[in-house]
Ligand binder design. Structure first.
Ligand code: ACO
Length: 384
């Protein structure tokens, strides 16, 4: 029979509302549906900034001057190629393995080729940061194309980080609208305080392990369907429902079966996720440009039905309801969604690790023991 020894200790399952660090990087006002990076509203960053500028902002905790931004963008561009050996190994990895797992393996392999990976000073961390942010996009695109049986596409130095990512993934030059939408996608996914993936990265970093290991942990946590994997599932769900008229029935059926509806609900947002609101606008623009309104109409109907049914439980659309359709209209298939999320979030993970290392403390929570009271070991021969 089990016996508790610390029965009066409160267990914070899921670490709900447990604060483990101070941060200047992002602020989520969950009840108001607001998100800020370093105090700048996400809406303004999505509208006026670029992913390169947001990366600088998160790594340096201030906006760059014009020349600093040019210099930073040049450094990112210079790091886009991955070592030939890394590509050779990736080509040998199983094509039917989940893409996020292949990405994690690829990052781990890449780390072995980075001379700064094991160095322990700020300059080395910044070098590694730029390398990871830049090369992870190339890795994701390469892994995606290999999975589809296609050859990887070399980076195009005339394109921005996200336009180049789209180009390397699809093999065709994006239109200005597609480039902007991809960039907004990268900006919206760049940072989000401490979800499971950033926390996983911090747990690893707090042991004073290296940046690559921390990012690898972030990628692993992102893989799960309750986190990064949800956007894939959300698109699958929209494809399964098929048409707007079926949205209401689908919601009823899912809820009466006690199932969750993908793309809705959030641990912190208790109203509309502001990123969902932004993505919805870009879905409208893309749908207009492509004269393809299937997803827009369906997602709208689903949103209405879920908010009607679950709004009282504070369940509203999250970023994944709209990101899947947006990426689909950009010509990307669902397998790339989570790895692409990892590519965009790499900067947030790194920024949190660097911030944490300024005042590091090993993360080591406790568990309340509820197992048997101390007892004698019974030798194998005596056991019935
Ligand atoms: N569909 C149906 N019901 C839901 C949903 C949903 N998507 N989300 C929450 N609820 C219900 C719960 O069943 C619960 O109801 P109850 O009180 O009757 O038991 C209530 O709302 C509260 O929800 P919790 O599960 O306690 O909320 P939690 O903070 O633990 O969950 C989570 C957040 C995991 C994201 C959840 O909303 C979910 O599973 N959503 C679907 C997956 C998804 O879209 N994930 C993406 C998150 S965003 C991101 O990672 C980028």
């Amino acid at each position: 029979m089990s016996q508790g020894f610390m029965t009066n200790v409160a267990v914070h399952k899921g670490l709900d509302n447990i604060f483990i660090k101070h941060t200047a990087l992002s602020n989520i006002e969950g009840d108001k549906g607001r998100l800020y990076y370093l105090g700048y509203p996400i809406e303004e960053l999505a509208e006026y900034s670029t992913y390169e500028e947001v990366c600088f902002l998160l790594l340096n905790r201030r906006l760059p001057t014009k020349s600093e931004l040019q210099d930073f963008a040049r450094k990112l561009r210079k790091e886009r190629n991955v070592p030939e050996n890394v590509l050779k190994i990736i080509k040998e990895l199983p094509r039917d393995a989940p893409m996020v797992s292949v990405l994690r393996a690829s990052l781990d392999i890449l780390s072995l080729y980075d001379g700064d990976a094991e160095r322990n000073d700020v300059q080395a961390w910044m070098n590694v940061a730029v390398r990871i942010i830049s090369k992870i996009a190339t890795l994701v695109a390469a892994v995606y194309r290999l999975k589809k049986g296609l050859e990887p596409v070399d980076p195009n130095p005339s394109l921005s980080h996200s336009a180049n990512f789209l180009y390397m993934s699809t093999g065709r030059l994006p239109t200005p609208l597609e480039s902007k939408v991809m960039d907004v996608g990268f900006i919206l996914h760049a940072e989000h305080e401490l979800p499971a993936s950033s926390t996983a990265a911090l747990v690893v970093a707090s042991t004073l392990s290296d940046l690559y290991s921390a990012i690898s942990a972030g990628v692993s946590a992102l893989k799960g369907p309750l986190h990064g994997g949800a956007n894939e599932r959300a698109l699958e769900m929209l494809l399964e429902i098929g048409s707007p008229e079926k949205a209401e029935d689908y919601v009823d059926q899912q809820l009466s079966a006690g199932k969750k509806i993908m793309g809705f609900g959030h641990r912190v947002y208790k109203t509309f996720d502001p990123r969902a609101v932004i993505f919805k606008r870009y879905l409208e623009l893309l749908s207009d440009a492509k004269k393809d309104y299937r997803f827009l109409h369906l997602a709208n109907k689903l949103e209405e039905a879920v908010v009607r049914a679950l709004g009282s439980k504070s369940v509203f659309p999250n970023i994944d309801l709209y990101s899947g359709p947006v990426f689909h209209l950009l010509g990307l298939e669902k397998e790339i969604f989570t790895p692409m999320f990892a590519a965009a979030r790499s900067v947030g993970w790194i920024a949190h690790v660097l911030e944490y290392w300024e005042d590091n403390r090993l993360i080591r929570p406790r568990a309340v023991y509820v197992g048997p009271a101390p007892r004698r070991y019974v030798s194998l021969n005596e056991r019935l």
